[in-house]
Design a protein around this ligand. Structure first.
Ligand code: ZN
Length: 622
Protein backbone atom coordinates (compact mmCIF):
# COMPACT_ATOMS: atom_id res chain seq x y z
CA UNK A 1 0.00 0.00 0.00
CA UNK A 2 2.65 2.54 1.05
CA UNK A 3 5.00 1.27 -1.63
CA UNK A 4 2.31 1.70 -4.25
CA UNK A 5 1.48 5.17 -2.99
CA UNK A 6 5.16 6.19 -3.17
CA UNK A 7 5.63 4.70 -6.63
CA UNK A 8 2.36 6.07 -8.00
CA UNK A 9 2.99 9.49 -6.50
CA UNK A 10 6.57 9.60 -7.78
CA UNK A 11 5.52 8.68 -11.29
CA UNK A 12 2.66 11.16 -11.25
CA UNK A 13 5.12 13.76 -9.93
CA UNK A 14 7.54 13.01 -12.76
CA UNK A 15 4.81 13.55 -15.27
CA UNK A 16 3.57 16.75 -13.61
CA UNK A 17 7.15 18.09 -13.38
CA UNK A 18 7.81 17.49 -17.05
CA UNK A 19 4.51 19.06 -18.10
CA UNK A 20 5.06 21.99 -15.77
CA UNK A 21 8.46 22.73 -17.31
CA UNK A 22 7.08 22.39 -20.83
CA UNK A 23 4.18 24.71 -20.16
CA UNK A 24 6.50 27.30 -18.62
CA UNK A 25 8.84 27.00 -21.59
CA UNK A 26 5.99 27.43 -24.05
CA UNK A 27 4.83 30.55 -22.19
CA UNK A 28 8.28 32.16 -22.07
CA UNK A 29 10.61 30.65 -24.65
CA UNK A 30 13.56 32.89 -23.77
CA UNK A 31 13.59 31.91 -20.12
CA UNK A 32 13.92 28.18 -20.43
CA UNK A 33 13.62 26.09 -17.29
CA UNK A 34 16.98 24.67 -16.31
CA UNK A 35 17.58 21.00 -15.64
CA UNK A 36 17.72 21.88 -11.97
CA UNK A 37 14.28 23.40 -12.25
CA UNK A 38 13.05 20.27 -13.94
CA UNK A 39 14.52 18.10 -11.22
CA UNK A 40 13.12 20.25 -8.41
CA UNK A 41 9.74 20.37 -10.10
CA UNK A 42 9.81 16.61 -10.13
CA UNK A 43 10.85 16.26 -6.50
CA UNK A 44 8.38 18.82 -5.18
CA UNK A 45 5.49 17.59 -7.28
CA UNK A 46 6.33 13.96 -6.53
CA UNK A 47 6.00 14.71 -2.82
CA UNK A 48 2.80 16.75 -3.23
CA UNK A 49 1.15 14.44 -5.72
CA UNK A 50 2.41 11.37 -3.86
CA UNK A 51 0.78 12.60 -0.65
CA UNK A 52 -2.47 13.28 -2.50
CA UNK A 53 -2.23 9.83 -4.02
CA UNK A 54 -1.73 8.16 -0.66
CA UNK A 55 -4.72 10.03 0.80
CA UNK A 56 -6.97 9.01 -2.06
CA UNK A 57 -5.68 5.44 -1.90
CA UNK A 58 -6.48 5.19 1.80
CA UNK A 59 -9.93 6.67 1.15
CA UNK A 60 -10.50 4.15 -1.64
CA UNK A 61 -9.43 1.24 0.55
CA UNK A 62 -12.15 2.25 3.00
CA UNK A 63 -14.78 3.01 0.39
CA UNK A 64 -14.10 0.55 -2.42
CA UNK A 65 -12.33 -2.48 -0.90
CA UNK A 66 -13.66 -4.89 -3.51
CA UNK A 67 -12.62 -2.90 -6.57
CA UNK A 68 -9.17 -2.26 -5.15
CA UNK A 69 -8.52 -5.96 -4.52
CA UNK A 70 -9.74 -6.93 -7.94
CA UNK A 71 -7.81 -4.40 -10.03
CA UNK A 72 -4.99 -2.76 -8.05
CA UNK A 73 -3.03 -1.79 -11.20
CA UNK A 74 -6.05 -0.22 -12.85
CA UNK A 75 -6.75 1.64 -9.66
CA UNK A 76 -3.16 2.96 -9.39
CA UNK A 77 -3.15 4.13 -12.97
CA UNK A 78 -6.55 5.77 -12.86
CA UNK A 79 -5.75 7.56 -9.61
CA UNK A 80 -2.45 8.84 -10.95
CA UNK A 81 -4.07 9.85 -14.25
CA UNK A 82 -6.73 11.74 -12.31
CA UNK A 83 -4.07 13.68 -10.35
CA UNK A 84 -1.92 14.43 -13.39
CA UNK A 85 -4.97 15.62 -15.36
CA UNK A 86 -6.06 17.77 -12.45
CA UNK A 87 -2.64 19.39 -12.23
CA UNK A 88 -2.18 19.87 -15.96
CA UNK A 89 -5.64 21.26 -16.67
CA UNK A 90 -5.40 23.67 -13.73
CA UNK A 91 -2.00 24.76 -14.96
CA UNK A 92 -3.23 25.30 -18.53
CA UNK A 93 -6.27 27.20 -17.25
CA UNK A 94 -3.85 29.39 -15.28
CA UNK A 95 -5.86 28.73 -12.18
CA UNK A 96 -3.77 29.95 -9.31
CA UNK A 97 -6.37 28.42 -7.04
CA UNK A 98 -6.41 30.60 -3.97
CA UNK A 99 -6.17 34.02 -5.57
CA UNK A 100 -8.54 33.07 -8.41
CA UNK A 101 -11.17 31.82 -6.01
CA UNK A 102 -10.85 34.94 -3.89
CA UNK A 103 -11.09 37.28 -6.86
CA UNK A 104 -13.93 35.72 -8.80
CA UNK A 105 -15.54 32.85 -6.89
CA UNK A 106 -18.30 31.98 -9.37
CA UNK A 107 -16.22 31.69 -12.53
CA UNK A 108 -13.42 29.94 -10.60
CA UNK A 109 -15.98 27.42 -9.30
CA UNK A 110 -17.26 26.69 -12.83
CA UNK A 111 -13.69 26.31 -14.10
CA UNK A 112 -12.70 24.12 -11.19
CA UNK A 113 -15.84 21.98 -11.68
CA UNK A 114 -15.02 21.46 -15.36
CA UNK A 115 -11.42 20.57 -14.53
CA UNK A 116 -12.51 18.07 -11.87
CA UNK A 117 -15.01 16.48 -14.26
CA UNK A 118 -12.46 16.16 -17.08
CA UNK A 119 -9.85 14.74 -14.68
CA UNK A 120 -12.36 12.25 -13.33
CA UNK A 121 -13.23 11.19 -16.89
CA UNK A 122 -9.52 10.76 -17.69
CA UNK A 123 -9.09 8.61 -14.56
CA UNK A 124 -12.17 6.51 -15.32
CA UNK A 125 -11.00 6.10 -18.94
CA UNK A 126 -7.62 4.77 -17.86
CA UNK A 127 -9.29 2.36 -15.41
CA UNK A 128 -11.49 0.95 -18.19
CA UNK A 129 -8.51 0.71 -20.52
CA UNK A 130 -6.39 -1.33 -18.12
CA UNK A 131 -9.29 -3.44 -16.87
CA UNK A 132 -10.15 -4.29 -20.46
CA UNK A 133 -6.68 -5.25 -21.75
CA UNK A 134 -5.43 -6.94 -18.60
CA UNK A 135 -6.90 -10.22 -17.42
CA UNK A 136 -4.94 -10.59 -14.14
CA UNK A 137 -4.11 -8.20 -11.28
CA UNK A 138 -0.35 -8.86 -11.37
CA UNK A 139 -0.07 -8.29 -15.12
CA UNK A 140 -2.27 -5.33 -14.77
CA UNK A 141 0.11 -3.67 -12.30
CA UNK A 142 2.97 -4.12 -14.72
CA UNK A 143 0.93 -2.59 -17.53
CA UNK A 144 0.02 0.36 -15.33
CA UNK A 145 3.64 1.03 -14.43
CA UNK A 146 4.76 0.59 -18.03
CA UNK A 147 2.05 2.98 -19.22
CA UNK A 148 3.19 5.53 -16.69
CA UNK A 149 6.87 5.21 -17.46
CA UNK A 150 6.06 5.49 -21.16
CA UNK A 151 4.13 8.68 -20.58
CA UNK A 152 6.98 10.03 -18.45
CA UNK A 153 9.55 9.25 -21.18
CA UNK A 154 7.35 10.85 -23.83
CA UNK A 155 7.01 13.96 -21.69
CA UNK A 156 10.76 14.10 -21.13
CA UNK A 157 11.42 13.69 -24.86
CA UNK A 158 8.95 16.45 -25.70
CA UNK A 159 10.57 18.62 -23.06
CA UNK A 160 14.03 18.00 -24.54
CA UNK A 161 12.70 18.82 -28.01
CA UNK A 162 11.28 22.12 -26.74
CA UNK A 163 14.61 22.95 -25.05
CA UNK A 164 16.54 22.32 -28.24
CA UNK A 165 14.49 24.91 -30.10
CA UNK A 166 15.09 27.69 -27.63
CA UNK A 167 17.48 30.45 -28.63
CA UNK A 168 20.03 30.74 -25.86
CA UNK A 169 20.87 34.26 -24.79
CA UNK A 170 24.01 34.79 -22.83
CA UNK A 171 22.79 36.67 -19.81
CA UNK A 172 26.16 36.47 -18.11
CA UNK A 173 28.58 39.27 -17.68
CA UNK A 174 30.09 39.79 -21.11
CA UNK A 175 33.01 42.13 -20.69
CA UNK A 176 36.28 41.48 -22.39
CA UNK A 177 38.59 43.40 -20.06
CA UNK A 178 38.78 42.18 -16.47
CA UNK A 179 38.08 44.91 -13.85
CA UNK A 180 41.69 44.96 -12.62
CA UNK A 181 43.01 45.88 -16.07
CA UNK A 182 40.48 48.56 -16.86
CA UNK A 183 41.68 52.14 -16.82
CA UNK A 184 40.02 55.48 -17.30
CA UNK A 185 41.86 58.06 -19.40
CA UNK A 186 43.61 60.69 -17.25
CA UNK A 187 41.29 63.42 -18.46
CA UNK A 188 38.09 61.48 -17.64
CA UNK A 189 35.64 63.98 -16.16
CA UNK A 190 34.28 61.57 -13.54
CA UNK A 191 35.90 58.74 -11.65
CA UNK A 192 32.70 57.88 -9.74
CA UNK A 193 29.29 57.56 -11.31
CA UNK A 194 26.34 56.58 -9.14
CA UNK A 195 22.83 55.90 -10.36
CA UNK A 196 20.28 55.85 -7.53
CA UNK A 197 16.79 54.54 -8.26
CA UNK A 198 13.80 53.89 -6.03
CA UNK A 199 11.11 51.65 -7.45
CA UNK A 200 7.55 52.98 -7.68
CA UNK A 201 8.43 56.50 -6.51
CA UNK A 202 5.63 58.91 -7.26
CA UNK A 203 6.98 62.29 -8.29
CA UNK A 204 4.72 64.21 -5.90
CA UNK A 205 5.95 62.09 -2.97
CA UNK A 206 9.36 63.76 -3.34
CA UNK A 207 9.25 67.02 -1.44
CA UNK A 208 11.73 68.62 -3.86
CA UNK A 209 8.90 68.45 -6.41
CA UNK A 210 5.91 68.96 -4.15
CA UNK A 211 5.96 70.70 -0.78
CA UNK A 212 3.09 68.41 0.27
CA UNK A 213 5.21 65.32 -0.51
CA UNK A 214 5.95 62.47 1.88
CA UNK A 215 8.91 64.29 3.48
CA UNK A 216 12.18 63.31 1.80
CA UNK A 217 14.97 65.46 3.30
CA UNK A 218 17.87 63.33 1.99
CA UNK A 219 16.59 63.09 -1.57
CA UNK A 220 15.83 66.82 -1.42
CA UNK A 221 19.39 67.59 -0.30
CA UNK A 222 20.69 65.74 -3.36
CA UNK A 223 18.20 67.66 -5.52
CA UNK A 224 19.51 70.91 -4.05
CA UNK A 225 22.99 70.03 -5.32
CA UNK A 226 21.66 68.92 -8.71
CA UNK A 227 20.12 70.03 -11.95
CA UNK A 228 16.47 69.10 -11.57
CA UNK A 229 14.30 68.07 -14.50
CA UNK A 230 10.78 69.24 -13.87
CA UNK A 231 9.19 67.30 -16.70
CA UNK A 232 10.95 63.96 -16.87
CA UNK A 233 9.06 60.88 -18.04
CA UNK A 234 9.66 57.19 -17.85
CA UNK A 235 9.33 55.25 -21.08
CA UNK A 236 6.78 52.90 -19.49
CA UNK A 237 4.49 52.62 -16.46
CA UNK A 238 6.16 49.52 -15.02
CA UNK A 239 9.54 48.19 -14.02
CA UNK A 240 10.89 45.95 -16.75
CA UNK A 241 10.42 48.03 -19.93
CA UNK A 242 11.34 51.21 -18.03
CA UNK A 243 14.69 49.80 -16.86
CA UNK A 244 15.39 48.11 -20.18
CA UNK A 245 14.95 51.55 -21.79
CA UNK A 246 17.27 53.18 -19.25
CA UNK A 247 19.93 50.51 -19.71
CA UNK A 248 19.76 50.27 -23.51
CA UNK A 249 18.78 53.83 -24.46
CA UNK A 250 16.00 52.35 -26.59
CA UNK A 251 12.32 53.31 -26.33
CA UNK A 252 9.97 50.38 -25.60
CA UNK A 253 8.62 50.18 -29.15
CA UNK A 254 12.20 49.56 -30.28
CA UNK A 255 13.44 47.17 -27.58
CA UNK A 256 10.10 45.35 -27.57
CA UNK A 257 10.54 43.91 -24.05
CA UNK A 258 7.32 44.03 -22.04
CA UNK A 259 7.32 40.93 -19.84
CA UNK A 260 8.77 39.69 -16.60
CA UNK A 261 12.21 38.16 -16.08
CA UNK A 262 13.55 38.95 -19.56
CA UNK A 263 17.05 38.41 -20.78
CA UNK A 264 18.51 40.99 -23.15
CA UNK A 265 19.10 40.03 -26.77
CA UNK A 266 22.84 39.99 -27.55
CA UNK A 267 22.41 42.84 -30.05
CA UNK A 268 21.66 45.29 -27.23
CA UNK A 269 24.72 46.89 -25.66
CA UNK A 270 23.91 47.95 -22.12
CA UNK A 271 24.90 51.05 -20.21
CA UNK A 272 27.01 48.84 -17.91
CA UNK A 273 28.80 47.30 -20.91
CA UNK A 274 29.55 50.76 -22.28
CA UNK A 275 30.82 51.93 -18.89
CA UNK A 276 33.02 48.83 -18.50
CA UNK A 277 34.31 49.47 -22.01
CA UNK A 278 35.12 53.05 -21.01
CA UNK A 279 37.23 51.81 -18.09
CA UNK A 280 34.89 51.78 -15.08
CA UNK A 281 34.32 48.93 -12.66
CA UNK A 282 30.60 48.22 -12.70
CA UNK A 283 28.35 47.10 -9.88
CA UNK A 284 24.63 46.84 -9.22
CA UNK A 285 23.13 46.32 -5.79
CA UNK A 286 19.44 46.30 -5.07
CA UNK A 287 16.23 44.39 -4.86
CA UNK A 288 14.01 43.72 -7.86
CA UNK A 289 13.69 40.06 -8.85
CA UNK A 290 12.07 41.00 -12.18
CA UNK A 291 15.44 42.39 -13.27
CA UNK A 292 17.57 39.43 -12.23
CA UNK A 293 18.54 38.58 -15.77
CA UNK A 294 19.29 41.98 -17.32
CA UNK A 295 22.60 42.47 -15.54
CA UNK A 296 24.82 42.12 -18.58
CA UNK A 297 27.88 44.33 -18.22
CA UNK A 298 27.92 44.52 -14.43
CA UNK A 299 30.97 42.94 -12.75
CA UNK A 300 28.89 42.63 -9.61
CA UNK A 301 25.15 42.13 -9.99
CA UNK A 302 23.61 41.62 -6.58
CA UNK A 303 19.97 42.13 -7.31
CA UNK A 304 18.26 40.19 -4.53
CA UNK A 305 16.48 38.44 -3.06
CA UNK A 306 18.66 35.70 -4.52
CA UNK A 307 19.57 34.39 -7.93
CA UNK A 308 16.69 32.51 -9.53
CA UNK A 309 17.60 29.01 -8.42
CA UNK A 310 14.70 27.63 -10.38
CA UNK A 311 12.61 29.02 -13.16
CA UNK A 312 10.05 31.28 -11.57
CA UNK A 313 7.30 30.56 -14.07
CA UNK A 314 6.95 26.91 -13.07
CA UNK A 315 4.58 25.95 -10.27
CA UNK A 316 7.36 24.15 -8.43
CA UNK A 317 9.71 27.06 -9.11
CA UNK A 318 7.35 29.52 -7.47
CA UNK A 319 6.95 27.25 -4.46
CA UNK A 320 10.67 26.69 -4.19
CA UNK A 321 11.62 30.35 -4.65
CA UNK A 322 9.13 31.38 -2.02
CA UNK A 323 10.71 28.99 0.45
CA UNK A 324 14.32 29.70 -0.51
CA UNK A 325 14.28 33.47 -0.87
CA UNK A 326 15.13 35.71 1.96
CA UNK A 327 13.80 39.20 1.89
CA UNK A 328 16.25 41.85 0.77
CA UNK A 329 15.11 44.63 2.98
CA UNK A 330 16.03 48.24 2.47
CA UNK A 331 18.60 47.86 5.27
CA UNK A 332 20.24 44.84 3.64
CA UNK A 333 20.60 46.71 0.34
CA UNK A 334 21.92 49.82 2.04
CA UNK A 335 24.38 47.84 4.18
CA UNK A 336 25.68 46.10 1.06
CA UNK A 337 25.96 49.43 -0.75
CA UNK A 338 27.87 51.10 2.07
CA UNK A 339 30.15 48.08 2.37
CA UNK A 340 30.78 48.06 -1.40
CA UNK A 341 31.59 51.78 -1.33
CA UNK A 342 34.01 51.28 1.59
CA UNK A 343 35.83 48.62 -0.43
CA UNK A 344 35.75 50.35 -3.83
CA UNK A 345 35.66 54.06 -3.00
CA UNK A 346 39.19 54.44 -4.38
CA UNK A 347 38.39 52.73 -7.70
CA UNK A 348 36.88 54.22 -10.84
CA UNK A 349 33.36 52.88 -10.75
CA UNK A 350 29.83 52.96 -12.05
CA UNK A 351 27.45 51.87 -9.28
CA UNK A 352 23.70 51.37 -9.63
CA UNK A 353 21.66 51.13 -6.41
CA UNK A 354 18.00 50.20 -6.49
CA UNK A 355 15.57 50.11 -3.56
CA UNK A 356 12.20 48.40 -3.90
CA UNK A 357 10.46 49.45 -0.68
CA UNK A 358 7.67 51.78 -1.92
CA UNK A 359 6.44 48.94 -4.16
CA UNK A 360 3.57 46.85 -2.78
CA UNK A 361 3.27 45.26 -0.26
CA UNK A 362 3.32 48.39 1.88
CA UNK A 363 5.11 47.33 5.06
CA UNK A 364 6.92 50.39 6.45
CA UNK A 365 8.72 50.02 9.77
CA UNK A 366 6.37 51.42 12.43
CA UNK A 367 8.83 54.22 13.26
CA UNK A 368 8.03 55.87 9.89
CA UNK A 369 4.27 55.85 10.39
CA UNK A 370 2.60 59.10 11.39
CA UNK A 371 0.12 59.45 14.24
CA UNK A 372 -3.15 58.70 12.48
CA UNK A 373 -6.39 57.17 13.68
CA UNK A 374 -6.49 55.27 10.37
CA UNK A 375 -3.33 53.36 11.30
CA UNK A 376 -4.88 52.35 14.62
CA UNK A 377 -8.09 51.32 12.90
CA UNK A 378 -6.84 49.65 9.70
CA UNK A 379 -3.35 48.47 10.58
CA UNK A 380 0.32 49.14 9.91
CA UNK A 381 0.76 47.25 6.64
CA UNK A 382 -1.10 46.09 3.55
CA UNK A 383 -0.43 43.37 1.01
CA UNK A 384 -3.82 42.40 -0.47
CA UNK A 385 -2.97 43.46 -4.01
CA UNK A 386 -5.26 41.15 -5.96
CA UNK A 387 -8.28 41.78 -3.76
CA UNK A 388 -7.98 45.53 -4.41
CA UNK A 389 -7.82 44.98 -8.17
CA UNK A 390 -10.88 42.75 -7.89
CA UNK A 391 -12.70 45.59 -6.11
CA UNK A 392 -13.15 43.62 -2.91
CA UNK A 393 -11.02 45.72 -0.58
CA UNK A 394 -10.08 49.39 -0.10
CA UNK A 395 -13.27 50.91 -1.39
CA UNK A 396 -13.88 53.83 0.91
CA UNK A 397 -12.07 57.19 0.77
CA UNK A 398 -10.60 56.65 4.24
CA UNK A 399 -9.21 53.22 3.29
CA UNK A 400 -7.61 54.82 0.23
CA UNK A 401 -6.18 57.58 2.37
CA UNK A 402 -4.77 54.91 4.69
CA UNK A 403 -2.96 53.19 1.78
CA UNK A 404 -1.38 56.49 0.79
CA UNK A 405 -0.22 57.00 4.40
CA UNK A 406 1.47 53.57 4.34
CA UNK A 407 3.05 54.32 0.95
CA UNK A 408 4.39 57.70 2.08
CA UNK A 409 5.92 55.99 5.12
CA UNK A 410 7.73 53.56 2.78
CA UNK A 411 9.04 56.57 0.85
CA UNK A 412 10.40 58.20 4.05
CA UNK A 413 11.96 54.87 5.03
CA UNK A 414 13.76 54.67 1.66
CA UNK A 415 14.74 58.33 1.89
CA UNK A 416 16.71 57.48 5.04
CA UNK A 417 18.49 54.74 3.09
CA UNK A 418 19.44 57.28 0.39
CA UNK A 419 20.71 59.49 3.21
CA UNK A 420 22.99 56.72 4.48
CA UNK A 421 24.51 56.28 1.02
CA UNK A 422 25.03 60.04 0.52
CA UNK A 423 26.64 60.22 3.95
CA UNK A 424 28.93 57.35 3.03
CA UNK A 425 29.95 59.15 -0.20
CA UNK A 426 30.71 62.26 1.84
CA UNK A 427 32.63 60.32 4.47
CA UNK A 428 34.79 58.78 1.73
CA UNK A 429 35.35 62.24 0.23
CA UNK A 430 33.91 61.32 -3.16
CA UNK A 431 30.53 63.05 -3.05
CA UNK A 432 31.61 66.43 -4.41
CA UNK A 433 33.34 65.13 -7.52
CA UNK A 434 30.94 62.29 -8.25
CA UNK A 435 28.31 62.23 -10.96
CA UNK A 436 25.09 61.22 -9.19
CA UNK A 437 21.85 60.56 -11.03
CA UNK A 438 18.57 60.04 -9.18
CA UNK A 439 15.34 58.74 -10.70
CA UNK A 440 12.69 56.00 -10.59
CA UNK A 441 11.19 53.51 -13.02
CA UNK A 442 7.57 54.68 -12.58
CA UNK A 443 5.13 56.15 -10.08
CA UNK A 444 2.09 54.75 -8.29
CA UNK A 445 -1.57 55.59 -8.85
CA UNK A 446 -3.85 56.25 -5.90
CA UNK A 447 -7.17 56.37 -7.75
CA UNK A 448 -6.16 59.54 -9.66
CA UNK A 449 -7.86 57.90 -12.65
CA UNK A 450 -9.93 55.26 -10.89
CA UNK A 451 -7.21 52.67 -10.28
CA UNK A 452 -4.42 51.80 -7.90
CA UNK A 453 -0.84 50.59 -8.25
CA UNK A 454 0.98 50.77 -11.59
CA UNK A 455 1.50 49.21 -15.01
CA UNK A 456 -1.92 50.07 -16.41
CA UNK A 457 -1.89 53.62 -17.83
CA UNK A 458 0.22 56.44 -19.25
CA UNK A 459 -1.04 59.21 -16.96
CA UNK A 460 1.41 61.37 -15.07
CA UNK A 461 0.94 59.64 -11.69
CA UNK A 462 2.69 56.65 -13.33
CA UNK A 463 5.01 58.09 -15.99
CA UNK A 464 6.03 61.54 -14.70
CA UNK A 465 9.15 60.79 -12.65
CA UNK A 466 11.69 62.60 -10.50
CA UNK A 467 15.02 63.04 -12.30
CA UNK A 468 18.01 65.01 -11.18
CA UNK A 469 21.68 64.98 -12.03
CA UNK A 470 24.43 66.14 -9.68
CA UNK A 471 27.56 67.38 -11.39
CA UNK A 472 30.80 68.08 -9.49
CA UNK A 473 30.60 70.63 -6.75
CA UNK A 474 27.38 71.95 -5.35
CA UNK A 475 25.74 73.32 -8.47
CA UNK A 476 23.42 76.26 -8.29
CA UNK A 477 20.01 74.66 -8.00
CA UNK A 478 18.92 74.68 -11.62
CA UNK A 479 15.60 73.53 -12.99
CA UNK A 480 14.96 72.44 -16.57
CA UNK A 481 11.35 72.51 -17.74
CA UNK A 482 11.62 70.86 -21.15
CA UNK A 483 10.08 67.37 -21.32
CA UNK A 484 12.76 64.65 -21.28
CA UNK A 485 12.81 60.87 -21.07
CA UNK A 486 14.79 58.67 -18.68
CA UNK A 487 15.56 56.63 -21.82
CA UNK A 488 18.08 59.42 -22.54
CA UNK A 489 20.15 58.42 -19.47
CA UNK A 490 22.41 55.99 -21.36
CA UNK A 491 23.53 58.66 -23.84
CA UNK A 492 23.61 61.35 -21.16
CA UNK A 493 25.81 59.37 -18.74
CA UNK A 494 28.21 58.28 -21.51
CA UNK A 495 28.32 61.82 -22.89
CA UNK A 496 29.02 63.35 -19.46
CA UNK A 497 31.77 60.76 -18.86
CA UNK A 498 33.39 61.57 -22.18
CA UNK A 499 32.82 57.98 -23.34
CA UNK A 500 32.09 57.11 -26.92
CA UNK A 501 28.41 57.43 -27.81
CA UNK A 502 26.88 54.40 -29.52
CA UNK A 503 26.43 54.72 -33.24
CA UNK A 504 22.82 53.64 -33.17
CA UNK A 505 20.15 55.96 -34.43
CA UNK A 506 17.43 54.30 -32.34
CA UNK A 507 19.12 55.35 -29.10
CA UNK A 508 17.65 58.46 -27.48
CA UNK A 509 20.09 61.38 -27.53
CA UNK A 510 22.04 62.92 -24.66
CA UNK A 511 20.70 65.58 -22.29
CA UNK A 512 24.19 67.01 -21.79
CA UNK A 513 23.63 70.09 -23.99
CA UNK A 514 20.76 71.22 -21.76
CA UNK A 515 22.84 70.49 -18.62
CA UNK A 516 25.54 72.71 -20.11
CA UNK A 517 23.04 75.52 -20.31
CA UNK A 518 22.13 75.29 -23.98
CA UNK A 519 18.49 76.18 -24.49
CA UNK A 520 16.82 72.79 -24.39
CA UNK A 521 15.47 71.41 -27.62
CA UNK A 522 11.85 70.52 -27.14
CA UNK A 523 11.73 67.06 -28.65
CA UNK A 524 8.69 64.83 -28.20
CA UNK A 525 8.94 62.22 -25.44
CA UNK A 526 7.62 58.76 -26.30
CA UNK A 527 6.06 56.29 -23.85
CA UNK A 528 4.41 52.88 -24.21
CA UNK A 529 4.74 49.26 -22.94
CA UNK A 530 1.59 49.33 -20.80
CA UNK A 531 1.35 46.09 -18.83
CA UNK A 532 -2.38 45.70 -18.29
CA UNK A 533 -5.55 46.37 -20.26
CA UNK A 534 -5.23 47.61 -23.83
CA UNK A 535 -1.73 48.34 -25.21
CA UNK A 536 -1.36 52.11 -25.49
CA UNK A 537 1.22 54.59 -26.71
CA UNK A 538 1.69 58.17 -25.73
CA UNK A 539 3.77 61.18 -26.52
CA UNK A 540 4.45 64.40 -24.65
CA UNK A 541 5.09 67.38 -26.91
CA UNK A 542 5.22 70.98 -25.75
CA UNK A 543 2.57 71.24 -23.04
CA UNK A 544 0.41 68.43 -24.39
CA UNK A 545 0.16 64.69 -23.90
CA UNK A 546 -1.46 62.50 -26.54
CA UNK A 547 -2.41 58.87 -25.72
CA UNK A 548 -3.88 56.32 -28.13
CA UNK A 549 -5.14 52.75 -27.68
CA UNK A 550 -3.29 50.50 -30.11
CA UNK A 551 -6.27 48.21 -30.73
CA UNK A 552 -9.29 50.47 -30.21
CA UNK A 553 -7.78 53.68 -31.56
CA UNK A 554 -9.28 55.46 -28.54
CA UNK A 555 -7.56 58.83 -28.23
CA UNK A 556 -6.92 61.23 -25.37
CA UNK A 557 -5.29 64.65 -25.39
CA UNK A 558 -4.40 66.68 -22.33
CA UNK A 559 -3.13 70.19 -21.87
CA UNK A 560 -0.48 69.61 -19.20
CA UNK A 561 -0.20 73.29 -18.33
CA UNK A 562 -3.93 73.85 -17.80
CA UNK A 563 -4.94 70.39 -16.62
CA UNK A 564 -2.01 68.79 -14.79
CA UNK A 565 -4.29 66.08 -13.36
CA UNK A 566 -5.22 64.97 -16.91
CA UNK A 567 -8.95 64.90 -16.27
CA UNK A 568 -10.42 66.66 -19.33
CA UNK A 569 -9.50 65.19 -22.70
CA UNK A 570 -9.38 67.81 -25.45
CA UNK A 571 -9.81 65.40 -28.35
CA UNK A 572 -12.98 67.14 -29.51
CA UNK A 573 -11.72 70.71 -29.31
CA UNK A 574 -7.98 70.88 -30.10
CA UNK A 575 -7.75 69.43 -33.58
CA UNK A 576 -4.35 70.96 -34.33
CA UNK A 577 -2.66 69.38 -31.30
CA UNK A 578 -4.54 66.12 -31.91
CA UNK A 579 -3.18 65.96 -35.47
CA UNK A 580 0.29 66.71 -34.15
CA UNK A 581 0.15 63.88 -31.60
CA UNK A 582 -1.09 61.44 -34.23
CA UNK A 583 1.57 62.53 -36.70
CA UNK A 584 4.41 62.12 -34.17
CA UNK A 585 3.37 58.56 -33.33
CA UNK A 586 2.66 57.60 -36.94
CA UNK A 587 6.07 58.83 -38.04
CA UNK A 588 7.92 56.64 -35.57
CA UNK A 589 9.84 53.88 -37.25
CA UNK A 590 9.47 50.55 -35.59
CA UNK A 591 12.42 48.34 -36.36
CA UNK A 592 10.79 45.15 -35.17
CA UNK A 593 7.44 43.77 -34.05
CA UNK A 594 6.84 43.97 -30.30
CA UNK A 595 8.28 41.05 -28.39
CA UNK A 596 11.03 40.33 -30.91
CA UNK A 597 14.55 41.57 -30.35
CA UNK A 598 15.20 44.60 -32.50
CA UNK A 599 17.79 44.02 -35.18
CA UNK A 600 21.17 45.55 -34.52
CA UNK A 601 20.55 48.99 -35.88
CA UNK A 602 24.26 49.71 -35.92
CA UNK A 603 24.51 47.03 -38.64
CA UNK A 604 25.25 47.62 -42.27
CA UNK A 605 21.80 48.78 -43.37
CA UNK A 606 21.71 52.56 -43.08
CA UNK A 607 18.27 54.14 -42.68
CA UNK A 608 16.98 56.03 -45.69
CA UNK A 609 17.25 59.83 -45.73
CA UNK A 610 13.54 60.06 -45.12
CA UNK A 611 13.77 57.85 -42.02
CA UNK A 612 16.74 59.83 -40.75
CA UNK A 613 14.77 63.04 -41.19
CA UNK A 614 11.91 61.54 -39.18
CA UNK A 615 14.28 60.39 -36.45
CA UNK A 616 15.79 63.86 -36.33
CA UNK A 617 12.32 65.38 -36.03
CA UNK A 618 11.63 63.04 -33.13
CA UNK A 619 14.87 63.85 -31.38
CA UNK A 620 16.62 60.51 -31.89
CA UNK A 621 19.38 61.94 -34.06
CA UNK A 622 21.34 65.02 -33.23
ZN1 ZN B 1 9.00 49.20 -10.69
Amino acid sequence: MIRRAVAGGALAGLWCGALDSMLATAADPTGYPSLLSFFLAFVILAVVVGAAYALLAVAARLLLPGALRKDPGAYSLSLATFLVSLFTLSRIAGLDAISAIRENPSSAAVELGAILLLSFLAGAGSWLLVARISPSPSRDRRIAIAAFLGAGCLSAAAFAAVLMHIPSYDADVAISTPPAERALPDNAPFRHVILLTIDTLRKDAVTAYDPDGAGTPHIDSLANDSIVFENAFSSAPWTVPAFVSMFTGLPPDVHGINRNFPTLPPTFRTLAEHMAGAGYQTAAIGSQPQLLRIGRGFDTYQLGPSPPVVHSQTTAGRLFNRLAQQDWTTEVITDLAVQWLDEHGGDDFFLWLHWLAPHVPYEPPPAYLPQSPLIGKLGQSFEGVSSVHAGREIRTPSEREWLRILYDAEVRYTDDAVGRVLESLQRLGIYDDALVIFTTDHGEEFWDHGHWEHGHSLYDELVAVPLFIKLPGAAEATRIGAPVSTTALLSTILDLCGAELPDDRSIVGSLKPSLDGASPTRTPVYMGAVEYFEPREGVVFDDFKYIVGVASGHEELYDRAEDAAEQDSLVGSHLGELERGRAILEKRTRPSPAGEPAPDSAGDVAPSDEVQEQLRALGYVE
